[in-house]
Design a binder for this molecule. Structure first.
Ligand SMILES: C[S@@+](CC[C@H](N)C(=O)[O-])C[C@H]1O[C@@H](n2cnc3c(N)ncnc32)[C@H](O)[C@@H]1O
Length: 222
C-alpha cells in the first residue's frame, strides 16, 4: 500500500498522541513512554546549550530518529546522523544470552521509511545523514564532530560496545547517551557497565524505565 494512503489512515487515528509520536508510532519498536523520554532528553540538551549533533546507532524504520529529528529541526547547526545496516539484527555474540539469540535476522528496517518519516516531520534534508551498513564498516569513516545526544538502540553486546567506543570521545561535556536496551538485553548491560567502569567522565546509568536508561558525560572538572 502506498505510504501516503497509510499516512492518512494513521493521521486520523493517532492524532491524539501529538507530534512527533502520531507520525512515528506505527513504525516503532520503542514504547511511547521511551519515545517521549528521548524527546525530553533531546530538548534538554538543546535548550541547555550542549553543542553537537544527535547520533543514532540502530534506526530500524526511523521512529526514534523521527523524535530526534523533530527536536532539532529548527536548529540548523545540528545534524541528525543515523547508522544502520537496515538488514536486520546480526547474530548475537559470545557476550549475549539465549534471549538475544532469538533476534538474529529480525528487525529488518527501511531507509526509505525512515526518510519518509523525517520528511513528514519537517526535518530539513540537509540536516540528515544516513550511513547504511554494518557499524563495523561505517564507523571507521565517521566525521568526528561534537555530539550532544547519542542514542544507542542496537540491542546486543558488540554493537553497543562499538557505538560507545566510537562516539564517546565526541560526546560534548553535559551530553547524553540514551541506552534503549540497558534493562532489556543482558549483553547491552554488560557492555555499558564495562564501559562506564573504565570511563572516568561517564556518570552511572539512570533508569528511564525497565528497558531504557541514560547517562551523562560529566562537564569538564566535575
Ligand atoms: C531495535 S532496532 C532499532 C529500533 C529503532 N530505534 C526504532 O525506533 O524502532 C535495532 C537496529 O539495530 C541495527 N543493528 C544492530 N546491530 C547492527 C550492526 N552491527 N550494524 C548495523 N546495524 C545494526 C538493526 O539493523 C536494527 O535496525
Amino acid at each position: 500500500m502506498p505510504l501516503a494512503v497509510l499516512d492518512r489512515w494513521y493521521d486520523r487515528r493517532l492524532a491524539p498522541l501529538g507530534r512527533p509520536l502520531s507520525v512515528v508510532r506505527p513504525y516503532s519498536l520503542v514504547s511511547d513512554a521511551n519515545l517521549r523520554a528521548l524527546g525530553a532528553l533531546a530538548d534538554d540538551v538543546r535548550t541547555g546549550g550542549v553543542p553537537g549533533d544527535f547520533v543514532e546507532c540502530g534506526v530500524f524504520q526511523g521512529s526514534s530518529a523521527g523524535v530526534l529529528g523533530h527536536a532539532l529541526r529548527t536548529d540548523p547547526d545540528r545534524r541528525l546522523r543515523l547508522f544502520d545496516s537496515f538488514a536486520g539484527m546480526p547474530p548475537a555474540g559470545e557476550e549475549d544470552d539465549a534471549f538475544a539469540r532469538q533476534f538474529a535476522g529480525t528487525h529488518i528496517g527501511s531507509e526509505r521509511i525512515a526518510r519518509h518519516l523525517l520528511d513528514r516531520l519537517g526535518v530539513p534534508r540537509e540536516q540528515v545523514e544516513v550511513h547504511v551498513g554494518l557499524f563495523e564498516d561505517t564507523f571507521p569513516a565517521i566525521e568526528h564532530r561534537p555530539v550532544a545526544l547519542l542514542h544507542v538502540d542496537c540491542d546486543f553486546h558488540d554493537p553497543v560496545a562499538l557505538s560507545l567506543q566510537t562516539f564517546w570521545g565526541d560526546v560534548a561535556p553535559g551530553g547524553v547517551v540514551v541506552l534503549n536496551d540497558y534493562g532489556a538485553f543482558q549483553g547491552c548491560r554488560t557492555a555499558v557497565d564495562a564501559f562506564v567502569a573504565v570511563t572516568p567522565d561517564a556518570d552511572s546509568p539512570e533508569a528511564i524505565d525497565h528497558d531504557a536508561s541514560f547517562l551523562r558525560k560529566r562537564p569538564a572538572g566535575a
